[in-house]
Design a protein around this ligand. Structure first.
Ligand code: FAD
Length: 414
C-alpha cells in the first residue's frame, strides 16, 4: 500500500501509540481506538527499562530446573494460580520448547534487531511529542547477591557478548561507588552503559497521544469487536458503537490481540504473564539508575513519581483479580535492597504482559487478510521494543521494505 491512507490502530498502549506516531509522520490519516484512555493498560506501570541489550529470551536452557524452586519460594519471582494451570498448559509446553539452545540463538538475534535501536527509533517521535525529558540514557545494573548467582547467569552473558552487547562486570566497591543507595549485599554487578530508562511510562504514552491528536489524528474510546473485509477493499472495524472504514488496520491490542487475530484466521498462542509494581512516592533514597536484583528478578527504577519496584510473573490469565501480596513481596525486597527506604506512601498495580512462548512479538501482515498488520506480544520488553516496532509498522503499511528482518516475527511461525 503506498500513498497516504486512512489507517486505524487498535490499542493505545506504547506499541499502538508508537505505531500511530510513525504512521502519522508518513502523512497517513490516523485513528487510534482503545476501550480505555491511552496508556492505561500494561503500558501504565512497567519498570521503565529501555534495554537495547535485552536479547536473552525469557525461556533459556535450564529454565525447567529453576521453576520448582521459584514456585516453592513465597518471595520468588514466579507464581501460578493452580486453577489456571490447565488452560495455560499448551502455552507453557511451547514456552519450555522455546528454551532449546539453537532456538535461543535465533531468538536472541531477532531481539537484537528489534531492541538494539531502541533510542534511535524513539528519538524522532519523542522529540515531536516534546517528551525528551522522560528518556534517561544513564545505564542499567544487574546486581547479584552471591558469586553463585553471578556464575549461574554466565550463559546469558555469553549470549549477549555473541550479539555484540557491551557491558562491564563490577566488583563490590565499584557497585557502591556507582549506586551508593544500594545495600552492601551485592558482590557483583553487570553494568550496561548504553541502557537507560523512562521516568514516566504512562506520561510517555500520553504525550505521544497528545501529539497524534494535535496533528489531526483521532483517539477514540471504544471496544473493537471485529475487523471485517471491506466491500471495496480495506477493512471495516466493528466496534461497540459503530463501524469504521479503513484502508489499513494495525492490531496493537496487547495481551488481548490473539482474540482479534483469531477472528482474522491467525491462531497465535498469546498468554499473559501478569506483573506487579509498587511505587514509593517519597522513598527517601536516591538511586541514579534502573537496577535489577538479578536472582530475585525485579527492577527498581527512579521515576518522576517516586521509586518504582516492578517485576514478578504470575500465570493466572486475563480475568482473575490481582493478588497484591505479589506487590507486597516486591516492597519487602526493595527495603532490603535500599536500606532507609521509606515505605509509608505506596501505590500498587498489576498489568498484563502480552507474551508469546518464544519471547518474540508478532510484527507483520496478517496471513489471511490483506491490509491488516500485527504489532503485539512484546512481553517483558514492550517499552523497549515499541519504538522500532512503530517504525517498522509504518514502513510495511507504506509498502516499503522493513528495516529489520521480519521473518522471525511472523504470525504463522507457531
Ligand atoms: C511489571 C512490569 C514491568 C515491566 N517492565 C518493563 C521494562 O522495564 N521495560 C520494557 O521494555 N518493558 C517492560 N514491561 C513490558 C511492557 O510494559 C509491555 O510489553 C508493554 O506495555 C505492552 O504494550 P502494548 O501496547 O502492547 O500493550 P497495552 O499497553 O496493554 O496496550 C494494549 C491496549 O489495547 C487495548 N485493547 C485490547 N483489545 C481491545 C479491543 N478489542 N478494543 C479496543 N481496545 C483494545 C487495551 O485496552 C490496551 O489499552 C513490563 C511489564 C510489566 C507488567
Amino acid at each position: 500500500m503506498s500513498g497516504q491512507r486512512k489507517v486505524t490502530v487498535v490499542g493505545a498502549g506504547i506499541v499502538g501509540m508508537a505505531s500511530a506516531s510513525y504512521l502519522q509522520r508518513d502523512g497517513h490519516d490516523v485513528t487510534v481506538i482503545d476501550r480505555v484512555a491511552p496508556g492505561e493498560s500494561c503500558s501504565f506501570g512497567n519498570a521503565g527499562g529501555l534495554s537495547p541489550g535485552a536479547v536473552a529470551p525469557v525461556a533459556t536452557p535450564g529454565i525447567l530446573k529453576q521453576i520448582p524452586s521459584w514456585l516453592a519460594d513465597p518471595m520468588g519471582p514466579l507464581a501460578i494460580r493452580w486453577s489456571y494451570l490447565l488452560p495455560a498448559l499448551p502455552w507453557l509446553l511451547r514456552f519450555v520448547r522455546a528454551s532449546e539452545p539453537e532456538r535461543v540463538e535465533r531468538i536472541a538475534k531477532a531481539l537484537r534487531d528489534l531492541l538494539g535501536p531502541v533510542f534511535e527509533s524513539y528519538d524522532p517521535i519523542v522529540r515531536a511529542a516534546g517528551a525528551e525529558d522522560l528518556i534517561h540514557r544513564v545505564g542499567q545494573l544487574y546486581a547479584y547477591g552471591s558469586e553463585a548467582a553471578f556464575q549461574g547467569d554466565a550463559t546469558g552473558r555469553e549470549l549477549r557478548r555473541r550479539n555484540g552487547v557491551q557491558f562491564e562486570v563490577l566488583e563490590r566497591d565499584q557497585i557502591r561507588q556507582m549506586e551508593p543507595a544500594l545495600a552492601p549485599i551485592f558482590v557483583k554487578a553487570v553494568h550496561f552503559g548504553a541502557h537507560g530508562h523512562c521516568a514516566d511510562p504512562l506520561g510517555l504514552v500520553q504525550r505521544l497521544a497528545a501529539r497524534v491528536a494535535a496533528a489531526g489524528g483521532r483517539i477514540l474510546r471504544d471496544e473493537v469487536r471485529d475487523i471485517e473485509a471491506g466491500p471495496a477493499g480495506g477493512s471495516v472495524i466493528v466496534t461497540s458503537s459503530g463501524r469504521h472504514a479503513a484502508d489499513a488496520v494495525v492490531v496493537a491490542a496487547g495481551a488481548w490481540s490473539h482474540r482479534l487475530a483469531a477472528r482474522l484466521g491467525d491462531r497465535v498462542p498469546l498468554e499473559t504473564q501478569r506483573g506487579y509494581h509498587v511505587t514509593v512516592a517519597d522513598p527517601g533514597v536516591a538511586p541514579r539508575r534502573n537496577v535489577m536484583w538479578a536472582e530475585r528478578k525485579f527492577v527498581a527504577t527512579p521515576m518522576a513519581m517516586g521509586l518504582r519496584v516492578a517485576g514478578t510473573v504470575e500465570i493466572a490469565g486475563l480475568k482473575a483479580a490481582p493478588d497484591y501480596r505479589r506487590a507486597d513481596v516486591l516492597l519487602k525486597q526493595a527495603a532490603i535492597m535500599y536500606p532507609g527506604l521509606r515505605t509509608d506512601a505506596v501505590t500498587k498495580w498489576m498489568g498484563h504482559r502480552p507474551c508469546t512462548p518464544d519471547t518474540l512479538p508478532v510484527i507483520g501482515p496478517a496471513t489471511r487478510r490483506a491490509g491488516v498488520f500485527y504489532a503485539f506480544g512484546h512481553g517483558h520488553t514492550g517499552l523497549s521494543g515499541a519504538s522500532t516496532t512503530g517504525k517498522v509498522i509504518a514502513e510495511i503499511v507504506g509498502g516499503r521494505p522493513s528495516s529489520i528482518d521480519l521473518a522471525p516475527f511472523r504470525a504463522d511461525r507457531f
